[in-house]
Design a binder for this molecule. Structure first.
Ligand SMILES: [Zn+2]
Length: 334
């Protein structure tokens, strides 16, 4: 009964076998740093400059199908831009055909897909070999029981059976609710996200693992026990480009420099459009991707653009998720 009480479940909720404690699984609770619809918190999954063999087998859960679809296109364009085969990322949810879902699961099992994005369609009992990261992108509406089940999709059947469950938390789950006043949320999940206690201990308590819960001390437990345990940081241009110093940020872009930059960006836009958009989106012209006035703004303020967020301040790009990374790289290659 306490499981039902803790998790705020209805008594007719069907409990799936919660299984045993698995010491090879670790947890990270990560407040989102970027706007949820930018997906920039997931950039580390497809780091700039990565090769096919660098990609980590990952499942990313998101329960909002529209957001998941946006995430897929963001990932698709990022992967294409990294010149990796686009089949490394795939999506599964109930709105897709049964045939697509079947193929998506098979491709992920076979290793053709490396990063699978999905909803609860990826359910308990589905096991895929060698999943190292299980990411929950946004925790709104998720119970701690489901969160525990999802994390359990990792570290199965592979040679290296360790895996990390990462819970990316949107700000409202940290600010607008509490364990005492959870609103529609599961108080167990709120405790997991908001407490400073060991995340593994909280999960064990709610999932009522039977028996011994001792861990192998050589494996990380959670990012509360070990604050250095965190996702790899996304590559930062400013760190690797020492020529781009604060002095140059003070320098005023001259009219002729601005023209050169503008022309290069127009050239980039045409190339990018031809390569990634032209065939699939015939109604779109290059200017539908990034307008002339946006390119003009960027060329005027290039010396102040250090982050993707800076770029966003100077532009009005509709397909931001798809275009932000390649455009940012293009600006910094100039
Ligand atoms: Zn811990």
């Amino acid at each position: 009964m306490s499981l039902i009480t803790y998790a705020g479940l209805h008594s007719d909720y069907t409990l799936i076998n919660l299984g045993n404690f698995r010491p090879e699984l670790s947890i990270m609770i990560i407040p989102m740093e970027h706007d949820i619809s930018s997906f920039l918190d997931l950039a580390f999954v497809f780091p700039l400059g990565c090769r096919l063999e660098d990609l980590v087998r990952t499942i990313i859960f998101c329960d909002d199908i529209d957001r998941l679809t946006e995430m897929f296109w963001w990932a698709f364009f990022r992967v294409a831009y990294l010149q990796l085969p686009t089949h490394v990322v795939d999506i599964i949810h109930s709105g897709l055909s049964a045939r697509h879902q079947e193929i998506a699961l098979q491709d992920f099992r076979d290793g053709k897909t490396v990063v699978l994005l999905g909803t609860s369609k990826i359910s308990a009992g589905m096991n895929f070999p060698g999943v190292r990261w299980v990411i929950q992108f946004g925790c709104d509406g998720l119970t701690i029981i489901d969160g525990g089940q999802r994390r359990g999709r990792g570290g199965r059947d592979g040679e290296d059976k360790t895996s990390t469950g990462m819970f990316f938390v949107e700000p409202k789950m940290l600010k607008d609710v509490t364990v005492e006043h959870p609103g529609d949320q599961d108080p167990g999940m709120i405790e997991l996200l908001q407490s400073q206690e060991c995340a593994e201990k909280i999960m064990q308590r709610h999932l009522e693992y039977p028996g011994d819960c001792t861990r192998d001390p050589s494996l990380p437990c959670c990012n509360r026990c070990d604050p250095d345990f965190r996702p790899p940081r996304e590559y930062k241009w400013i760190d690797v480009n020492p020529g781009f110093t604060s002095e140059s940020t003070e320098a005023k872009t001259t009219t002729s420099q601005r023209e050169v930059i503008y022309n290069k960006l127009v050239e980039w836009r045409l190339d990018h459009w031809k390569q990634y958009w032209k065939d699939d989106w015939p109604n779109y012209g290059p200017k539908s991707l990034v307008s002339d006035s946006d390119l003009n703004e960027i060329s005027t303020h290039t010396s102040k653009i250090f982050t993707v967020q800076d770029l966003q301040n100077y532009t009005h790009i509709v397909h931001w998720a798809q275009l932000s990374t390649p455009l940012f790289i293009a600006v910094h290659k100039i």
